[in-house]
Ligand binder design. Sequence first.
Ligand code: HEC
Length: 603
Amino acid sequence: MSQDTYKHQFQFDALALDGSYYTLSQNDKQVSRAFIFLSTTCPIAKSYIPELNRITKGLPTGTELFGIISETGTTRQEAVKHFADYEAAFPILFDASHLLSSTLRPTHVPEAFVLDAAGEVVYRGAIDNGYESIGRRRVNVENHYLEEAIAAAATGRKPLVSQTKPVGCVLSPERSYPTIAAVTYARDIAPILQQRCQNCHRPDQVAPFALTNYEEAKTHAEMIVEVTQRRIMPPWIPGPATAHRFVGQRYLSDRELDLLANWVEEGCVLGDEADLPPPPKFAEGWQLGPPDLIVRMPEPFTVPASGPDLMQNFVIPVDIPEDKLVAAVEFHPGNKRVVHHAVLFLDDSGQARKLDAATPEPGYANFGGPGFLPSGALGGWSVGNTARRLPNDMGRYLKKGSDLVVQVHYHPTGKVEVDQSEIGLYFVDKPVEELLKEPAKLVGSIWMANYEMDIPAGEANYRRSTTYTLPKDVIMVGIVPHMHLLGKSMRVTAKQPRKPMEVLIDIPVWDYNWQDEYYYEQPIHLKAGTKIVIDAVFDNSADNPSNPSSPPQRVTWGEETTDEMLFCFFLLTSEKTEDLIYTIFDNLGHDMKQSRKDVSQTP
Ligand code: HEC
């Protein structure tokens, strides 16, 4: 992918005048998008609203159209009034901080941009040839450039005309994408906190304080700059090194980082309250609609006020009449203050029930994994995540009679908390036998590990790698890197035959607390013969604040808090189900051949 196309894969989301969010940073639905820069003052821009309403009515499926108001000098309230008066029937993004205009760089209003599903600008310029020049209107409008470009992008072809000269009011760079100056809370900061932080930083959520108003933001101002610059917040550990984007990624753009820093540097100015966005609406209840099956932890679990984090496994029988493919799971923490993340394993052997029966409390404790070899997994959940279905009737196999084993990671909060979480299961609505005959429906997992681990006490850069070559063509849907508390960084690459090496995930600074399951926005097709390489680094020095031993101890492979692991799961599907099954068995064989020389026994 060239630098140029990457530029228009937005690193930010947008807030419309009516308070709706548009996740421009995400395009897992593969839509093409039209953006039209407008103005509340320019007469030509105003005159085009009825035409844009007409185009909106006939928009092809898989296309989004947005008006944008990006000029300085117009408050949000003024913009709301203006577009209500003109009865605009399409969403208007209030680009208060010039995130969009500094990316697309319009020179006029109105000026239209059409981006295809890959984010490439396939058209920019006038909406149509209705104006010869300013003040000279054509009687007959023959060329509907914008409409034609939208139709072209929707069908994946290039438009006949890719650029025209916009006619309208000149947008000087100072007005449309000024260098950052005079940052205010109302205009610039509130939208960032709403979209990027309040998912967790609002009352009764997992974050320790709310960031929902000016006072709260001001109180934590210096800390906000510190944690955003260091990319500790919003929590998202993969770095930008891969061209493959992840679903739900939380990565602040450079401009957002600068806005936060400049705001604090300039003394946390409140600004004009007429710019304040409407408060966000957070979805309550099941986000994916009513689940096909809801299961619940059998008993409430009590988390003590203090002490180390807890990893408790709960065994929940799943009562289904036949095998199913699971398209999505939605985890509902019973107590959002204390539940940090959850991983869902499957057990069809009864081992988890035995482990549970052997301890008096609800569930049983185990740090690294579930404490047995699971027969499958259904993914995970971590705070702030949005549940999503796998696309196109894809799903993970759930065998009738299996137990769901939910490992919940609890962070003590300072007072005793009680949790009883629920899980909603969403099945693919077709018989499993039929689905297995279709291409790319079954999602299975393979893994790579390096079991030979012997990290000397004090070693700050202990390196371990592992490789695996795919025996068949597969489609990679997701990736789940896993290390324990000494993990420092991990990078996973793929080298396909006759293609340059590509990065599948890069985690420059590992954080055990924020590990997650990562789904690719666009699944990656990998040819047979692709060599996958994992390089990981571990820090067993006293400088690693997460080091569970003080002073540091020699550490070897294992599942305890004080042991280490190098693991990565891959979620795969395949055009042919038999290729996926073949790959899963090949991978098992490969794993059996990995050295398990018990390094803890060697002197
Ligand atoms: C996915 C949930 C989530 C999101 C999104 C999030 N935070 Fe946090 N934040 C937390 C949690 C949880 C903590 C407590 C520390 C921890 O567990 O890592 C925290 C802690 C903090 C702290 C205190 C850090 C410290 O060490 O004392 C600041 C400041 C902060 N967040 C700012 C932000 C800002 C600014 C944003 C948005 C740009 C943001 N957070 C987004 C969950 C979140």
